[in-house]
Design a protein around this ligand. Structure first.
Ligand code: GLN
Length: 235
């Protein structure tokens, strides 16, 4: 892509985006603008077909019924699937992992077909996973720890084509007892971490941005953020 304006797709914020997840798109935009790179957020709602021409996409978490509307829309307009097939980065939070999998079962036991961007399936667990989660990333290019807030009943099982985003240090993660958190498959990254996750983990934001613009970015020195992260992790 040319380095004109970087276009960030905020996918279905009208039905997905619990716990401030829509903030992930704003964080991507802000981290580009702070480096003097033009960026804009493109809202893709249930009234819009999903464009495949954007530079990076984010999807937030959702309740079961909203999640189902999103699943139907993404199945009908395969812009996200086409973009991912070209290697465009996508960030999927919580319910969005489930929607991007082969299928998920709702809390009432109904099975819904997903869009199969992830080789995963999700079933409800006895106990809801709620609380802080800390992981050690297993994705090349990320160091340090990832942190976020999880709140999900679904437990996600990874198939052979899907890799974890991290190893759980504390908290639950994907919820099937394998000590793994999140999903990585090609350019698509999923995590159960809300926060929004990119506010709490700026290196993950820059990882996605570097993939979006196809080059390395100079570090952003924000000592207040570094300090805050250290304090939170210590607790
Ligand atoms: N409804 C899904 C679950 O409970 C996702 C919840 C969420 O996105 N916070 O697993």
């Amino acid at each position: 892509m040319s380095e004109s304006t970087v276009r960030i797709g905020l996918v279905l914020p009208d039905v997905m985006g619990t716990y401030g997840d829509n903030g992930n798109a704003l964080i991507l935009r802000q981290r580009l603008r702070m480096r003097d790179i033009d960026a804009e957020v493109v809202h893709i709602t249930l009234n819009d077909p999903v464009p495949e021409s954007l530079d990076v996409y984010t999807l937030g978490g959702a309740e079961d019924s909203a999640q189902r509307l999103a699943t139907r829309h993404l199945g009908k307009y395969p812009g996200l699937q086409n973009a991912a097939a070209r290697g465009v980065p996508v960030l999927a939070i919580c319910a969005a992992i489930q929607v991007l999998g082969h299928w998920y079962e709702t809390s009432s036991g109904e099975r819904v077909d997903g869009i199969s961007l992830f080789d995963v399936t999700t079933s409800p667990q006895e106990v809801r996973s709620i609380g802080e989660v800390v992981t050690e990333p297993t994705l090349d290019g990320l160091s340090g720890k990832l942190t976020g807030f999880e709140n999900h009943r679904g437990g996600t099982t990874l198939g052979p084509d899907a890799h974890a985003l991290g190893k759980v240090v504390s908290g639950v993660g994907n919820g099937v007892g394998d000590g793994r958190e999140g999903v990585v498959q090609g350019s698509v990254i999923g995590t159960y971490m809300h926060g929004p996750v990119l506010a709490r983990n700026p290196e993950l934001a820059d990882y996605l941005l570097e993939k979006a613009i196809g080059r390395a970015l100079e570090p952003l020195d924000l000592p207040e953020v570094t300090q805050l992260r250290k304090e939170r992790l210590r607790r």
